[in-house]
Design a binder for this molecule. Structure first.
Ligand code: BES
Ligand code: MN
Ligand code: ZN
Length: 498
């Protein structure tokens, strides 16, 4: 998909479809930008007749009489003006993109309207993300793919004085969107084609191209380093576990991001029911986001040092598998009694968090499809956020609002730690059903140094879309790629704050 950012009179723009944004109005929809009289005349009847209300995401293609104009004007509803957000802009333009694809438009022109309080570069980035992500399909495994019909050329039409800034925004949004698509690919891939070692090779390949280094710690080394969590979860599978450590050094402060990389979670000896077990290939979504974030940050050349840590394992039952009642010792010397081998994410994250703490970064953030309880608490509309730092939590919440990946903070009061006390070890890996997402986070908190700001993000409900969750225009079924845009925005804003 080729992107052009141009400053041209809308009448003179050549494209198969030209988007015209409108707001819902009391009587008739209100055009969201200044239009030349010729175009205004062409679209006026369609607006006045009344079928098109400009509801958010509503699309009406109309064909102008004048042959000199675009083949099609695509009226696009932005919804209620008072409720406008960047997320509404993304949703709406995602629907326009899908319509253009359906109509076989080869090129699409989109004017970037002036929508205060948002800046033209912000709108540009949101529009581009929506387009790029709406066209994503996971087609690697289809032998017959219908020819991709999505537009190959996108022209963004901006005011002359902001053209350069919008061009930069478009360039950055393209980098980030490509990374999100990589995250979706990794999470969507079947576990048989992405065992831990293969995931490490893939990270290294991405790093070679995008500019970060990758180190892979294998079984023997993990044992030597005291990473009992990763070793004991991984030993049940014939695909051995690895710890992937990626580093991008753009100068500046050090941040560590950790992603849960369970390539498949059967539950292990505490095996899961078979219904929907296939969805547990998405248990590597945190890892997918971290590898993709490394790619994005390296390509954006952000002035930070970013360490990406992915404990990658396959959780399977076997004669060598971890068992309930076993006691595991982690990297920081603490021990846990295993109640359920299905609470495996926290065991591998424990080692990764302890390891990250040793590097003394400015902040540690982990992304994990950690608990079904988080899905029960927040559904698919927000990821759970847990943190020992109000400042870090608030910065992440703000990034989430900006990029449309909402976070909701849950408490880590000391009472919750009572639930994971063990008779025989420092703690146990399950705290019962009440507050299951919180007790999982409380478990993790044992493995960080409390002087380091840390945030845990439970993406179990947001990492993929099921039949029950309404499809968003720019998020097709399957892996969502959650976390990449969130943390890219967070790191950008950290850099800005200095
Ligand atoms: N990967 C799952 C969490 C999960 C469940 C993610 C559903 C997405 C959808 C995790 O490893 C797990 O099995 N958690 C258990 C913990 C329990 C045994 C304490 C759970 O949530 O049931
Ligand atoms: Mn599990
Ligand atoms: Zn899991």
């Amino acid at each position: 998909m080729k992107i052009e950012v141009i400053s041209t009179n809308l009448e003179d723009v050549k494209a198969d479809s030209v988007v015209i944004q409108l707001f819902e109005g009391a009587e008739a929809p209100e055009i969201a930008l200044t239009l030349p009289e010729s175009i205004r005349k062409e679209i006026a009847p369609s607006i006045e007749i009344g079928g098109f209300k400009a509801k958010l995401g509503q699309v009406l293609p109309i064909y102008p009489k004048s042959v000199n104009m675009a083949r099609c004007f695509m009226l696009l509803g932005l919804g209620n003006k008072q409720e406008l957000s960047l997320e509404a802009v993304r949703q709406a333009h995602g629907y326009a993109a899908l319509k253009a694809e359906e109509m076989g438009s080869k090129s699409m022109a989109i004017p970037i309207p002036n929508l205060p309080p948002y800046t033209a570069p912000e709108i540009t980035a949101s529009v581009l993300e929506a387009l790029s992500l709406a066209f994503y399909r996971f087609n690697k495994y289809r032998s017959k793919v219908e020819d991709s019909k999505h537009p190959e050329l996108i022209r963004l039409v901006v005011d002359f004085d902001v053209r350069v800034m919008c061009d930069t925004a478009a360039h950055e949004a393209t980098i980030v969107s490509e990374a999100v698509k990589l995250a979706r690919d990794i999470a969507n891939m079947p576990s048989s084609d992405l065992p831990p070692k293969r995931m490490a090779e893939m990270a290294a390949e991405v790093g070679r191209i995008s500019g970060f280094s990758t180190k892979v710690l294998e079984m023997e080394e993990l044992e030597r380093m005291g990473m009992g969590g990763i070793v004991s979860v991984g030993k049940g599978s014939s695909n051995p576990p690895v710890l992937i450590v990626m580093e991008y050094d753009g100068g500046g402060e050090t941040y560590a991001v950790i992603g849960k990389g369970v390539v498949f979670d059967s539950g292990g000896i505490s095996i899961k029911p078979s219904e929907k077990m296939e969805e547990m290939k998405y248990d590597k979504s945190g890892a997918a986001a971290v590898i993709a974030l490394m790619k994005a940050v390296a390509e954006l050349k952000l002035p930070v040092r970013l360490i990406g840590i992915v404990p990658a394992v396959e959780n399977l039952p076997s004669g060598r598998a971890l068992k309930p009642g076993d006691i595991v010792r982690f990297r920081n010397g603490k021990t846990a009694e295993i109640i359920s081998t299905d609470a495996e994410g926290r065991l591998i994250l424990a080692d990764a968090l302890a390891y990250a703490s040793e590097m003394r970064p400015k902040a540690i953030i982990d992304l994990a499809t950690l608990t079904g309880a988080c899905v029960i608490a927040l559904g698919t509309h927000a990821s759970g956020l847990f943190s020992n730092s109000d400042e870090l939590a608030n910065a992440l919440i703000n990034s989430g609002e900006r990029v449309g990946e909402r976070l909701w903070r849950l408490p880590l009061w000391k009472e919750y730690f009572e639930q994971i006390k063990s008779e025989v070890a420092d703690m146990k890996n399950v705290g019962g059903r009440p507050a299951g997402a919180i007790t999982a986070a409380a478990f993790l908190m044992n493995f960080i140094d409390n002087h380091i700001p840390w945030a845990h993000i439970d993406i179990a409900g947001t990492a993929w879309t099921q039949e029950s969750s309404p499809e968003k225009s720019y998020i097709p079924r399957g892996a969502t790629g959650i976390g990449v845009r969130l943390l890219a925005d967070f790191l950008k804003s950290e850099v800005k704050r200095g």
